[in-house]
Design a protein around this ligand. Structure first.
Ligand code: GSH
Length: 213
């Protein structure tokens, strides 16, 4: 399979973590967001939304939207599950992932920032404040959700990383780029530290991708 993605894209990073956690090998196809390669005819024919990532399977089937891609990997490659077995626990894990995937990331991605900087003429400091506002809201909620979870171990759920970490690590990476003060989120920082000790996360890390500069 071939992953069309960009080293610094958070949604691409999510899928790279899922692939690594499951031990699935894939080809890396870089799509440079800075040169608008995601708006080229070639890429639009794979993903009409013009957003990374897209995953092209060996039979040519093309998948888009990182949550759908990760769910596909979870259903197709069942050996190393990203979700717990218990339905209520699965819902709780999905809820934590959705805090990031639905309520933080969409407000801070490239096209939103371009609109704020271009059409609304905000400067870098103002767009950082915008991003920090939504990151801080979501991360505060996640800290509370983790504190209330009696099954918590070293990771968001129990003692192994899974779906939430696929979303969390990229969002923390992005938060740091927006100069977010992370000191109010100790549990999230502890989980990040535990993840970064694992080879899967090291391999998926943005700076370690072939198109990183
Ligand atoms: N909901 C989509 C969002 C994809 C998305 O926003 N990707 C960003 C990179 S993280 C992108 O391609 N941005 C290009 C743009 O905004 O023009 C997903 O989870 O895959």
């Amino acid at each position: 399979m071939k992953l069309y993605n960009y080293w610094r894209s958070g949604t691409s990073y999510r899928v790279r973590i899922a692939l690594q956690l499951k031990g699935i090998s894939y080809e890396y196809e870089a799509v440079d967001l800075r040169t608008a390669a995601h708006k080229s005819q070639e890429f639009l024919s794979l993903n009409p939304q013009g957003l990374v990532p897209s995953l092209v399977l060996d039979d040519g089937t093309t998948l888009s939207q990182s949550p759908a891609i990760i769910e596909y990997l979870e259903e197709r490659y069942t050996d190393r599950p990203l979700l717990p077995a218990d339905p209520a626990a699965r819902a709780q894990v999905r809820a934590m992932a959705a805090v990031i995937g639905c309520d933080i990331h969409p407000l801070n991605n490239l096209r939103i920032l371009k609109y704020l900087r271009g059409d609304l003429r905000l400067d870098q400091n103002q767009t950082d404040i915008w991003a920090q506002r939504w990151i801080s809201d979501g991360f505060s909620a996640l800290e509370a959700m983790l504190a209330a979870d009696s099954s918590r171990g070293d990771f968001c759920h129990a003692n192994q990383p899974g779906l939430v970490e696929c979303y969390l690590l990229p969002q923390i990476y992005s938060a740091r780029r927006f100069n977010q003060d992370m000191s109010a989120f100790p549990a999230l920082c502890d989980i990040e530290k535990a993840c970064m000790e694992l080879a899967a996360f090291e391999k998926a890390f943005p700076e370690n991708q072939p198109d990183a500069d």
